[in-house]
Design a protein around this ligand. Structure first.
Ligand code: DX5
Ligand code: ZN
Length: 222
C-alpha cells in the first residue's frame, strides 16, 4: 500500500510582502493544502511580521485553510482576534503559555482547531498532557524567527518519538514540521512520522512550485 500523502503548507514568510495576493495565487495554483501564516511579535522571537488584518485580507482571497502559527508571548491575549480574522487552525507555543489547557479550550470555543508548537530545545514530554485535545502538534525543526535556516537533525528524532507516543496512546493529532524543509529533508521527516510539511524559502524560491508541492506531499513522479 502506498503511504498516504502529507499535507503541504507553504509559509508566506518568504513571499514578497508587497505582493501577497500573488503569493496566495502561487500557493493555490501549485496545489497546496494549507496556507501557513507566521505571526511574530518581536518578543517571543526576534522578528516581526503581521497581525490579524493580514489574516483577514488573505481570508478574502482564498478558501484554503489558514494555518496561523503564533510565535508570540501571551498568545491567549490574541488568539480570539486571529480566529475572528479567519484562521481555521491556530497554533501557539507551549513555551509562551502557562495555562495551555485553558488556551486550547479557548481556541475550540472560538471555532478554530487548536495546535501546540515546541521549539528545538523543548522535549515532546512538555506537551504530553495536552496532545489528546489538540488538532496538531507543530514541531519546529529550526529555531523560530526566520526563514531559510537549516533543519536541526535532532528534531527529526523528536518527530519519531512523538509519532510513537501517538500510536501508544491511540491518538490522532497531526504532526507538522516547520523549518528547513526542502528536497533533501522532506522524505526524512515524512518517514519519521510528519503529516504536515511547512515550507517557506524552498517553496518560494522554486521555479516549479507545483513540483515543490508534490515533493513535499511525497507524490512526486518521474
Ligand atoms: C520560522 C517559521 C517558518 C518559516 C519556515 O520561524 O515558523 O514557518 O517560514 O521557513 P523555511 O521553510 O525557509 O525554513
Ligand atoms: Zn511557522
Amino acid at each position: 500500500m502506498a503511504p498516504r500523502a502529507a499535507y503541504a503548507a507553504p509559509s508566506i514568510l518568504s513571499a514578497d510582502f508587497a505582493d501577497i495576493a500573488s503569493a496566495i495565487g502561487r500557493i493555490e495554483t501549485a496545489g497546496a493544502d494549507w496556507v501557513h501564516l507566521d505571526v511574530m511579535d518581536g518578543h517571543f522571537v526576534p522578528n516581526l511580521t503581521f497581525g490579524p488584518k493580514m489574516v483577514a485580507d488573505i481570508r478574502s482571497r482564498t478558501a484554503l485553510p489558514l494555518d496561523t502559527h503564533l510565535m508570540v508571548s501571551h498568545p491567549e491575549s490574541m488568539a480570539e482576534e486571529f480566529i475572528r480574522a479567519g484562521s481555521d487552525y491556530l497554533t501557539f507555543h507551549i513555551e509562551a503559555c502557562t495555562h495551555a489547557h485553558r488556551l486550547v479550550e479557548q481556541i475550540v470555543a472560538c471555532g478554530a482547531k487548536p495546535g501546540v508548537s515546541i521549539v528545538p530545545s523543548t522535549p515532546e514530554t512538555a506537551i504530553a498532557e495536552i496532545v489528546d485535545i489538540v488538532f496538531q502538534v507543530l514541531v519546529m525543526t529550526v529555531n523560530p524567527g526566520f526563514g531559510g535556516q537549516k533543519l536541526i537533525p535532532a528534531c527529526v528524532e523528536k518527530v519519531r518519538r512523538l509519532d510513537a507516543l501517538r500510536s501508544e496512546r491511540g491518538l490522532d493529532f497531526l504532526i507538522a514540521v516547520d523549518g528547513g524543509i526542502n528536497e533533501s529533508t522532506a522524505a526524512l521527516v515524512r518517514e519519521a512520522g510528519a503529516d504536515v510539511l511547512v515550507s517557506g524559502s524552498a517553496f518560494f524560491a522554486s521555479d516549479h512550485p507545483d513540483r515543490e508541492i508534490d515533493m513535499l506531499k511525497g507524490t512526486l513522479r518521474g
